[in-house]
Design a protein around this ligand. Structure first.
Ligand code: CMC
Length: 436
């Protein structure tokens, strides 16, 4: 951390001793005020539920400039990565700090490809779930269960264990997501195919059956690969912070990633793509484009609790750059599938246009986020709505691991242990039950 010449002074209106606090500068973004010694110096905590003004860690992985609508992985703009690189190169970048050369890329792809099978016993574990279980419920269980199958990679403090668990998680997530889907469908699981790309293999495991040959469409393969790249990491969001906090206790990587999967499930986070598509279906059912005005009215009504799903972001106060790329992919996929006139896509574009002109959204700087269009793309590929968040989890796994490994690799890391402002009862005595 680079110290700034400026220092912050915290003074108290009751005449308490002022405290001087160091300020640190990052390479980009807001400076931070170091409050680590504040409690020792003043006996006070800071209060910041929702981490509105708190940097929870140092990181060199992903940077978002929310005002500019810019997203960088290890310094590279998401637009360049989405256009010039594939997902496994992006994984290598997030894990290792720079893009691979041709040899490194080939070696990394080969290693990941040769870890895609899961222990055969996993399918019997999967059978314990109801067939109609939500895929995220299944994924939370399956990812956690990996720690019961791969005992040789569970020591988070061992760099070799961290490396192999990273490869295993990246390699096996597509297999697990596809298994969860096939289980829902009552179809046989398809084993991974090592001659296919990461995204191509996933399409194969999802949509092939043993009955006939399945040909991977290069357009869908590229679209899926782009979805993976766009979701690969996103700084200290809720699920990443969950993974870091969970991992800070020293638990094994599979357990920490399972915690991330569970967090991602929520509709304010990874579940938003599912919620956004369901919202579009609902508007469509009620009359389509004609009903947008009425729907927007409900969204703006403080008493209605209806949100425009796929809009708004804690960090982006401008267009989410991933949404632009996703809209482009949406066009490509719908053309490939002969769905150029897809009414849901037309509805989404009209809804976006109206919202972007509306004073409510303009004044709050609410723009489409990645989830606004990703549901339409996934639906066109044939992915069922309830699996959208599973696809997000698959793609985000590399980000979670990179962030977890960054934290564990830092010799100064400590178990995460937030403090609180206690508002409950002061100390009191338990009365005998008869007199309560
Ligand atoms: N529709 C309507 N109003 C909204 C929306 C929305 N989607 N998002 C924010 N607002 C309003 C909110 O009511 C508040 O208004 P007011 O100031 O009058 O009370 C104002 O905008 C600020 O919102 P906030 O809830 O304080 O903002 P936040 O940073 O806490 O929440 C968010 C961010 C993503 C949870 C929220 O925008 C939201 O719920 N969006 C819909 C869900 C969604 O699309 N989530 C995906 C996020 S991107 C994928 C990911 O990274 O996980």
């Amino acid at each position: 951390m680079k110290a700034s010449d400026t220092k912050a002074t915290l003074s108290f209106s009751n005449g308490g001793q002022p405290v001087e606090l160091p300020i640190y500068k990052g390479t980009m973004g807001p400076d931070v005020i170091d409050i680590r010694k504040l409690y020792a110096q003043t006996g006070m905590f800071t209060y910041d539920p929702g981490f509105m003004s708190t940097a929870s860690c140092e990181s060199a992985i992903t940077y978002i400039d929310g005002d500019k609508g810019e997203l960088l992985y290890r310094g590279y703009p998401i637009e360049q990565l989405a256009t010039n690189c594939d997902y496994l190169e992006t994984c290598y970048l997030l894990l290792n700090g720079d893009l691979p050369n041709a040899e490194q890329k080939a070696k990394f792809s080969d290693t990941v490809t040769h870890h895609t099978m899961v222990n055969e016993q996993m399918q019997f574990f999967l059978r314990g779930f109801r067939r109609d279980a939500h895929p995220m419920a299944i994924m939370t269980g399956l990812v956690g269960a990996l720690s019961a199958f791969y005992h040789d990679s569970t020591d988070i403090n061992n760099p070799a264990h961290r490396e192999i668990s990273a490869v295993r998680l990246i390699a096996k997530m597509p297999t697990l997501v596809a298994m969860a889907y096939k289980y829902n469908m009552g179809q046989p699981y398809m084993y991974p195919r090592n001659d296919l790309s990461y995204a191509g293999n996933f399409l194969h495991m999802m949509f092939a059956t043993p009955c006939e040959e399945y040909k991977v469409s290069p357009v869908l393969e590229r679209a899926l690969d782009r979805i993976f790249i766009l979701h690969a990491d996103h700084e200290q969001n809720a699920s990443t912070s969950t993974v870091r906090l969970c991992g800070s206790s020293g638990t094994n990587p599979f357990a920490a990633i399972a915690a991330g999967v569970a967090c991602l499930w929520g509709p304010a986070h990874g579940g938003a793509n599912e919620a956004a598509l369901n919202m579009l279906y609902d508007i469509q059912k009620e009359g389509g484009v004609e009903k947008i005005g009425e729907f927007i009215k409900k969204v703006k009504d403080k008493n209605s609790s209806v949100k425009l799903m796929g809009f708004g972001h804690r960090v982006y106060k401008n267009y989410d750059p991933r949404a632009k790329l996703m809209q482009e992919t949406c066009n490509e996929v719908l053309t490939e599938m002969g769905l150029e006139k897809d009414p849901l896509f037309a509805l989404a574009k009209q809804l976006e246009k109206i919202a972007l002109e509306d004073e409510y959204f303009v004044s709050r700087k609410l723009y489409p986020n990645v989830d606004f269009y990703s549901g339409i793309v996934q639906r066109a590929i044939g992915i069922p709505v309830n699996l959208f968040t599973g696809i997000f989890a698959l793609a985000r796994t590399v980000g979670w691991i990179a962030q977890l490994n960054e934290m564990i690799g830092d010799p100064d890391y400590k178990i995460g242990r937030p403090r609180q402002l206690f508002e409950g009862s002061p100390k009191r005595d338990v009365k005998p039950i008869a007199s309560r």
